[in-house]
Design a protein around this ligand. Structure first.
Ligand SMILES: Cc1cc2nc3c(=O)[nH]c(=O)nc-3n(C[C@H](O)[C@H](O)[C@H](O)COP(=O)(O)OP(=O)(O)OC[C@H]3O[C@@H](n4cnc5c(N)ncnc54)[C@H](O)[C@@H]3O)c2cc1C
Length: 426
């Protein structure tokens, strides 16, 4: 990892926080007092976003916040503090024989930060992690403590909140009975085969990821298959869509050592140790990097893939790996999967601002015909994207933000650039 100047940095080392102060409250009354007094404030989670989305003059970190996790087996939910990581939640659920429906590629991210940006895992039938949210507690800038659940009016607008409605102190998540997964990697998948069987490949198991650099070496497919019979149609053998079963463990970045990755080679294990690509307690990915991701309609996936293959040469200097996953549609107003089953095209870049800037422009142009929606927590150009064109509920969301934050305390530079306007703030 390259040397960083002193200061507060995001996880990937691409953004140094400008905030002059970070509050670390212990109780919800502390949070309310901070929110009431601040004129420019944001909550910060585990800092895994790649831009200034979580920056402001003042920050609130819930690292020292005192919350217990509670299970409500009748309701089928677990309630955790906003700062809990998915790894923390997994550790709580496993002894009870319970599980989450899905995880992102890493268990290290905070629940509140992940749902705020619409973070997702893989699976044609799996919605983003935000779709598992059954209820929320958040503190507004008036210091009011708000409790909402799926029966509340406008709940669909409150989950993927971009951090703009309040400080999320508790989140209730749906739980299911636990399940085991085995992970198989196949190499040398030709891009032509991928394009011709795009939905069949991404839908071949509970969760599927395709890693590629769009070059001649083809792609690798990571199949996360449930061993409880749900993925009965898939019988992993030596060949999958002409790709060949790997005989050693792989890292998403070609050539990188796989020791930080979750167990592969078909060894069954708990959902929490197989759905993420990276192990709890490990360093995920490379740790000195930037990321971007764009979502198009699943049906446009093959054409989007072809478009990216056409510009592979222009991405090569910046690209460490690209991951393609499917994510199911949902009803959450600012979810990148809002009413659209989606193909997600993710890019892990080297941490070089100029190279990334150029490469992201190339991707945005290539995917332009498919009305791409960017991942809120990753790098995109605000001038290549219109939030109001992409999200039919954007005005309703801005109205909601004004209702909970009438003075625009949560409005930051990122919001002004990417959403536009000042939300009625100063
Ligand atoms: C190695 C790596 C792998 C990744 N893999 C995936 C993946 O598989 N899928 C995917 O979709 N994304 C992925 N991401 C992106 C990541 O999931 C998102 O950026 C996510 O938002 C990070 O959560 P965080 O807790 O770090 O939030 P932060 O980056 O700290 O904050 C993100 C947003 O959440 C808000 N926020 C944080 N806490 C609170 C709170 N308590 N109350 C209100 N608002 C809050 C912030 O204000 C900000 O707007 C990955 C990132 C990295 C670094």
């Amino acid at each position: 990892m390259s040397e960083r100047e002193p200061g507060e940095w995001n996880w990937g080392g691409s953004h140094r926080f400008r905030a002059a102060r970070i509050h670390r409250p212990h109780t919800i009354d502390d949070v309310a007092a901070i929110a009431r007094e601040a004129t420019s404030l944001r909550a910060i989670g585990s800092r895994h976003s790649f831009t200034d989305i979580a920056d402001s003059a003042e920050l609130v970190s819930l690292d020292e916040f005192d919350t217990e996790m509670t299970l409500d087996e009748d309701a089928g939910t677990v309630t955790v503090g906003g700062q809990a990581t998915y790894g923390d939640v997994a550790r709580l659920l496993e002894p009870h024989g319970l599980a989450l429906r899905n995880m992102a590629s890493l268990p290290h991210i905070s629940v509140a930060g992940a749902i705020a940006t619409g973070t997702h895992g893989g699976g044609v039938a799996n919605g983003s992690l935000a779709t598992a949210v059954a209820g929320l507690e958040f503190v507004t800038t008036a210091g009011e403590i708000v409790h909402v659940d799926r029966s509340s009016i406008d709940f669909e607008g409150m989950v993927v909140s971009l951090g703009a409605l309040g400080i999320v102190t508790r989140v209730s998540l749906d739980v299911v009975f636990d399940y085991d997964i085995e992970q198989h990697v196949f190499e040398h998948l030709s891009h032509d085969v991928l394009a011709s069987a795009f939905e069949a490949i991404l839908g071949a198991a509970y969760s599927v990821s395709v890693f590629t650099s769009y070059d001649r070496d083809g792609a690798r497919v990571w199949i996360k298959r449930r061993v409880d019979g749900r993925d009965r149609s898939l019988r992993p053998g030596q060949i999958f869509h002409e790709a060949i079963a790997a005989t050693t463990a792989h890292h998403p970045i070609r050539g990188a050592a796989a020791d930080q990755c979750t167990r592969q080679l078909g060894v069954p294990g708990s959902w929490a140790d197989r759905l993420p690509h990276f192990r709890i307690g490990s360093t995920p990915s490379v740790g000195d990097e930037q990321q971007s991701e764009f979502f198009v309609a699943l049906a446009d996936g093959p054409a989007a893939l072809d478009a990216l293959r056409g510009v592979a040469g222009d991405l090569a200097d910046a690209l460490l790996t690209s991951e393609i996953r499917a994510v199911a549609a949902d009803e959450l107003w600012l979810s990148p999967q809002y009413r659209r089953d989606s193909a997600a095209f993710h890019f892990t870049w080297v941490n070089d601002a100029d190279l990334v800037d150029r490469a992201v422009r190339v991707v945005e142009e290539a995917l332009g015909p498919f009305a791409p929606r960017p991942h809120w927590g990753k790098v995109f150009h605000a001038d290549s994207f219109s939030a109001s064109d992409a999200y039919e509920c954007l005005d309703d969301f801005v109205e909601l933000a004004r209702r909970f934050d009438p003075h625009g305390v949560f409005v930051n530079d990122w919001w002004r650039r990417c959403i536009g306007g000042d939300n009625g703030g100063p």
